[in-house]
Design a protein around this ligand. Structure first.
Ligand code: NAG
Ligand code: NAG
Ligand code: NAG
Length: 367
């Protein structure tokens, strides 16, 4: 017979192992309200039915390794001014099947034209993704401010996402005549080993903003109405490397492709960036802009972010800009853009030429 102390010991050892290596038990958990989450998230399969999350609460899923999640209905978030995030998902080796269902952030309730710069406190980001594995086939509409923030613990592929903040294009009674949606970034990314593909982003800010990280692929996506595909804004002590931006369609954005680094940033670098087969039309301000003077535009550049190996190669990048836009602008600090950049697969038409300052390493391109 076991004594009580042996039983306690065996139990403690087992739970220590369980805590070290979370294991999916074979159950199926079903979530139809927040009160179902704590037991359902222990299961290997988690089914989410449509429900409304009460305003002021987040929906947080902390999954066991290897879990599969099926979204079987739409999730709406109640309206209340608070900091968020609205949805957070974490776990390793997760398969998330959105099945085309949607998350609705209630954006029009919060939108005041100021985004995260002021006004109403807005829950943000709307979707905080901290899984490895796959996250697929989800619609996300009306994000109060920033939509996705991604910080995956190992390789993650996000695909077939539709972000639709188009209702934020119009002014409302709070927005002083400006578009009501603001800072509605599609994806904010500071991570490694991430692919985002085959997704559609309709918003009022960056389609994707890669702030730091490596081995990031953004391909086959469509970006409309926002600020284009951005690396940055790069701040202090950030490394960005191994970025591939390919086969994207960029329609009616301020600019198609941008690298922006803070004029005050120090100790940072951006290297090994490849643009291939991207198509843009209706660029309002620039086709391609690499600017080290952020938050100014083409102001006095900083020198604390070294930029190297930015190449347009492979399939042609075909970019058409509006009549008052500039085709290509490169504004480097003295000595902070280095090496030779191959821009042989860049064709930009329309508008007028932009300035290229403090850098002579661009080859196989003239505008
Ligand atoms: C939140 O408010 C917005 C607009 O004011 C509305 O479209 C949305 O349906 C509301 N959400 C809920 C869950 O009631
Ligand atoms: C993305 O679309 C391409 C082209 O249709 C397809 O080959 C690829 O498998 C898709 N990726 C995912 C993750 O579904
Ligand atoms: C070149 O870079 C220096 C140092 O960052 C800056 O002061 C200067 O304005 C830049 N030159 C031009 C023409 O932009």
């Amino acid at each position: 017979m076991f004594s009580l102390s042996q039983l306690v010991f065996v139990g403690a050892a087992a739970s220590a192992i369980a805590a070290h290596v979370p294991r999916a038990s074979s159950c199926t958990g079903t979530i139809s309200s927040l009160s179902d989450v704590s037991s359902a998230q222990k299961c290997a399969t988690v089914n989410i039915n449509g429900f409304t999350v009460p305003g002021g609460s987040g929906f947080t899923l902390s999954l066991v390794d290897g879990a599969t999640v099926n979204l079987n209905g739409d999730v709406l978030f109640g309206n209340k001014s608070w900091a968020g995030p609205l949805f957070t998902i974490s776990g390793k080796d997760i398969t998330f099947n959105g099945n085309g269902h949607k998350f609705d952030g209630g954006g029009p309730f919060y939108w005041d034209g100021q985004g995260s710069n002021g006004g109403t406190t807005k829950p943000r980001p709307m979707m905080k993704i901290k899984i490895s594995g796959t996250f697929d086939n989800v619609k996300v509409v009306n994000s109060p401010a920033q939509t996705f923030s991604v910080s995956n613990p190992a390789a993650l592929t996000i695909s077939k996402i539709t972000i639709d903040n188009s209702q934020g294009d119009k002014a409302n009674s709070q927005s002083d005549g400006n578009p009501a949606g603001h800072n509605t970034d599609g994806f904010d990314v500071s991570t490694t080993d991430l692919t985002i593909e085959n997704s559609t982003i309709r918003n009022q800010d960056d389609c994707i903003a890669i702030n730091k990280g490596s081995n990031i692929v953004f391909k086959g996506n469509t970006c409309s109405g926002g600020h284009g595909i951005s690396i940055g804004s790069v701040k202090d002590d950030a490394t960005v490397s191994g970025i591939t931006i390919s086969g994207n369609t960029i329609t009616n954005n301020d600019q198609a492709l941008r690298i922006k680094t803070y004029n005050t940033a120090t100790g940072s670098s951006v290297s090994d960036v490849t643009y291939s087969g991207n198509t843009a039309t209706g660029c309002k301000r620039f086709g391609v802009i690499i600017d080290q003077s952020y938050p100014d535009t083409l102001g006095t550049p900083g020198t604390g972010v070294k930029i190297s190996d930015v190449n347009f190669v492979g399939s042609t990048n075909s970019i058409s800009v509006g009549s008052s836009a500039q085709r290509v602008a490169v504004n480097c600090g003295k000595g902070s853009c280095t090496g030779t950049w191959d821009w042989s697969a860049l064709k930009v038409s329309g508008g007028k030429a932009g300035p290229i300052t403090n850098f002579s390493g661009i080859k196989n391109f003239s505008q």
